[in-house]
Ligand binder design. Structure first.
Ligand SMILES: O=C[C@H](O)COP(=O)(O)O
Length: 251
């Protein structure tokens, strides 16, 4: 049985004070649910302060990106060792905004995924097609290449613990959510790709989130789909009431 995972990706939002304030309140609220993993992914500057606030609670901590090397002359980058030291359990890799604005490729994401596992960080690997690719009927081909290339060389044991987030780019921050059936169909495809590339048992353990304009009102329908194991939430995760509405909608 896969445990659903609801992740707050705050992107470039929240100062340290705002992040800490949110997590102090989230820590009290999270005691009231079970059966859902709750993860917050603040900006780098807030990782250590948030880690102190959520210590010994059920809330997990994730970063939004990292470099694959442990250290070196890579101005502006943050390494897996640093994220571990800051208290991270997870790291989001290959978000479409990283691919679009910072030129990240599947090969780079694959290097990062291997480095994350080598440092005991669990990657959340993001995949998803752009609008023009969907309209050209290329969704399946795009997602297939992203999954196969990003997971290349991982072991089945690693894939068991991996999280993939399917985020159609046209649904991110636009208010347009994929229909429950469309999201399920692509996520089912992703699970079958993992079964082929690794094995059916790993594909069954792998958790696959949906992301793209998730809100309290559309969560239950998405989560009712057989292969959807949670959500990667952007805008609606910035407000505690709205984020909590999403967590509570997971059954
Ligand atoms: O990482 C989160 C996704 O990009 C979704 O963002 P959104 O919920 O604002 O559409």
């Amino acid at each position: 049985m896969r445990k659903p995972i609801i992740a707050a990706n705050w992107k470039m939002h929240k100062t340290v004070a705002e992040a800490v304030d949110f997590c102090v309140k989230l820590r009290e609220t999270v005691l009231t649910v079970s059966g859902v993993e709750v993860l917050v992914c603040p900006p780098f500057t807030a990782l250590s302060p948030v880690s102190a606030v959520i210590k010994d609670s059920e809330i997990k901590l994730g970063a939004q990106n990292m470099h694959w090397e442990e250290q070196g002359a890579f101005t502006g980058e943050v390494s897996p060792l640093m994220l571990k030291e800051a208290g991270c359990d997870y790291v989001i890799l290959g978000h479409s905004e990283r691919r679009q604005f910072f030129g990240e490729t599947d090969e780079v994401i694959n290097k990062k995924a291997r480095a994350a596992f080598a440092h005991d960080l669990l990657p959340i690997i993001c995949v998803g097609e752009r609008l023009e690719q969907r309209e050209a009927g290329e969704t399946e081909a795009v997602v297939t290449a992203q999954v196969n290339n990003s997971l290349s060389g991982l072991t089945a044991a690693q894939v068991d613990k991996l999280v993939i987030a399917y985020e159609p780019v046209w649904a991110i921050g636009t208010g347009k959510t994929a229909s429950d059936e469309d999201a399920q169909s692509v996520i089912k495809l992703i699970r079958s790709l993992v079964a082929e590339q690794f094995n059916p048992a790993s594909a069954e353990k792998l958790r696959i989130q949906y992301g793209g304009s998730v809100k309290p009102g559309n969560t239950a329908g998405l989560m009712a789909q057989a292969d959807i194991d949670g959500a990667l939430v952007g805008g609606a995760s910035l407000d505690l009431e709205s984020f909590w509405g999403i967590v509570k909608a997971v059954k």
